[in-house]
Write a protein that binds this ligand. Structure first.
Ligand SMILES: Cc1cc2nc3c(=O)[nH]c(=O)nc-3n(C[C@H](O)[C@H](O)[C@H](O)COP(=O)(O)O)c2cc1C
Length: 161
């Protein structure tokens, strides 16, 4: 049956000012490939939010800015996902620094919105630059996303073109 071999379309969209979140995006990408997915990876500057509908799964990567805020480059994406119908499976990962009062606050802000507006599967926070020790956490994150998609796709079989 055609749907049996259908690979969900996964976009990983991230923002990174000094490279930590970019490295974590690479590790999440590698974990996705290990889990049989074929992710398309975008710096948020390269991603057109009108393309969201092309994807079954969108995973967002963010660092945290002043007082626990979402970086400005991600505001358009945040608002575009907020307008979704609720059919998107999502996850959010990010890096931050525990010396700030609101550690990875941007991940929490995305988490709250994604929980309300999409089928949020998982969140992942890493302090500063990820290391090899974070690889199992990336695997667990992607596994949760994959499981959520598999559960959801059983209720609504459809193929994106
Ligand atoms: C001005 C400034 C404000 C920051 N504010 C926070 C914050 O509120 N919470 C937090 O967890 N990290 C904060 N950070 C730390 C960054 O989010 C952290 O270094 C992150 O790993 C940077 O990711 P990137 O290398 O992908 O840009 C701040 C860093 C700077 C320079």
């Amino acid at each position: 049956m055609a749907l049996t071999n259908y690979k969900p379309k996964l976009a990983i969209v991230y923002a990174s000012a000094t490279g930590h979140t970019e490295r974590l995006a690479e590790m999440v990408t590698d974990a996705s490939v290990r889990h049989g997915l074929q992710p398309e990876v975008f710096s948020v500057k390269e991603f057109d939010p009108s393309e969201l509908l092309r994807y079954d799964i969108v995973v967002v990567g963010t660092y945290t800015w002043m007082n626990g805020e979402i970086p400005r480059q991600l505001h358009r994406l945040f608002e575009a996902i907020e307008q979704q119908s609720g059919n998107l499976v999502t996850g959010v990962f990010g890096t931050g620094d525990r010396c700030f009062a609101t550690y990875c606050g941007a991940v929490d802000l995305f988490r709250d919105m994604l929980h309300a507006k999409t089928r949020l599967a998982a969140t992942l926070k890493v302090e500063q630059m990820p290391s090899a020790d974070d690889r199992p956490r990336c695997d667990a994150f992607v596994k949760s996303v994959r499981v959520k998609y598999n559960q959801y796709s059983k209720t609504l079989p459809m193929v994106k073109s």
